[in-house]
Write a protein that binds this ligand. Structure first.
Ligand code: FO1
Length: 362
């Protein structure tokens, strides 16, 4: 399978994609390029920030995992939506990747003093977002609209789109029993051994129109370096989503969240070991299987490129600052635009009003 090293574009036939030829010659992105990123958690938010930095305003839509959402202090908390929002707005805590920079925790401390739950570190400024969101949701505003109001309030020009407007809850099946996501992730610090993961409500959930239309008009779809089992699988499990993705002609490229046998952040590597998988990017690529047209992996794992079933780009995938995020985003976009999409039904054959739940295979 073709391997591309560094940021250079593959040449010849594979690069001759008719939609946006300019990208392969000078790295310039066409003004009308539309990109969808599937993201959850800190790794996803980082690449989303890089994509936003290299794309024209409004060209990026991020479809975000909501399986981590939960009710806490009587409020609806959407950690991945907020992580993407804060990273795109540049107000995130650079140490944790989640939460706000310069945050204070007076309410959390007071809550602990009166016997309230204080295991989940909600900051004071962050709390305003949870209060506002919960207020709007109680008034009957959809999560998609609430998220859009918040992103406008933060001055973010990219679109931030929840994967569902109805609750989907990630349930982690462990050797200590079934744990709701945040109880496993924060409450138990990912210590229990993971057997499996399920997404309660996903089969009945529908991709909201905004997310569906973004996918339908996308030139490139990127699977961010997010945990495949906890952050991207919930998105893929939403009713009709896999089927829709498999029918879209836009190249779909994943970026490995595993480098040198370790997760960039979080429990992905630990989970892979617990579920009996080799901790390599090949496992991640195989996990997404036929959905992918290309895969991006780190230089440290260059040898694994030979074992990919799809074209691979070897690049620097570790993102420290906005410059490295933008550099990776640029490389991923050029790589994706260079891929000749396999023969699939054209999206132009799909009526724009057709909802993913109405799509059938074949
Ligand atoms: N992650 C933690 O590890 N500990 C926390 O106390 C914590 C609080 C928190 C508050 C708001 C928020 O938006 C995210 C928060 N996260 C925390 C991250 C959260 O658990 C995410 O779901 C993970 O990053 C997985 O995507």
């Amino acid at each position: 399978m073709k391997t591309v090293i560094g940021n250079q574009s593959p040449n010849g036939k594979a690069a001759a994609r008719s939609v946006h030829p300019s990208a392969q010659h000078d790295g310039r992105k066409p003004d009308d390029l539309r990109v969808v990123a599937l993201a959850g958690g800190v790794g996803g938010a980082k690449l989303a920030a890089g994509l936003q930095a290299v794309l024209p305003p409004g060209a990026l839509s991020v479809i975000v995992n909501t399986g981590d959402d939960f009710e806490h202090w009587g409020l609806v908390i959407c950690p991945d939506l907020d992580t993407v929002l804060y990273n795109l707005a540049g107000v995130h805590n650079p140490e944790t990747g989640w939460g706000r920079a310069g945050e204070s925790f007076a309410v959390l401390r007071s809550m602990g003093l009166i016997g309230g739950e204080d295991w989940f570190r909600l900051g004071d400024a962050d709390l305003a977002v949870h209060l506002r969101r919960s207020e709007w949701l109680r008034q009957g505003v959809s999560l998609t609209e609430v998220t859009d109001r918040l992103r406008r309030a933060f001055g973010v020009r990219s679109h931030i789109l929840p994967m569902s407007d109805t609750p989907v809850r990630t349930l982690v099946h462990t050797d200590e029993g079934d744990l709701p996501f945040q109880h496993y992730f924060v409450g138990r610090r990912c210590e229990p051994c993971v057997i499996d993961v399920s997404f309660v409500g996903a089969a009945e959930a529908e991709l909201p129109d905004a997310a569906y239309n973004a996918l339908l008009t996308a030139d490139v779809i990127i699977f961010c370096p997010s945990n495949p089992y906890l952050s991207l699988d919930p998105i893929l499990s939403v009713g009709g989503m896999r089927d829709l993705l498999s029918k879209l002609r836009a190249p779909k490229v994943a970026v490995a969240p595993i480098v040198g046998g370790k997760a960039l952040k979080g429990p992905a590597a630990k989970m892979m070991r617990e579920m009996g998988y080799p901790v390599t990017p090949v496992t991640i690529a195989a996990h997404f299987g036929d959905l992918l047209d290309g895969f991006v992996l780190d230089r440290e794992d260059a040898a694994a490129a030979a074992h990919m079933r799809v074209p691979a780009l070897v690049s620097d995938t570790i993102m420290h600052d906005l410059e490295s995020k933008a550099r990776l985003a640029d490389a991923v976009l050029d790589f994706a635009l260079s891929l000749t999409p396999p023969l699939r039904p054209l999206t132009t054959g799909l009526p724009t009003h057709l909802h993913p739940s109405e799509l059938t295979a074949g």
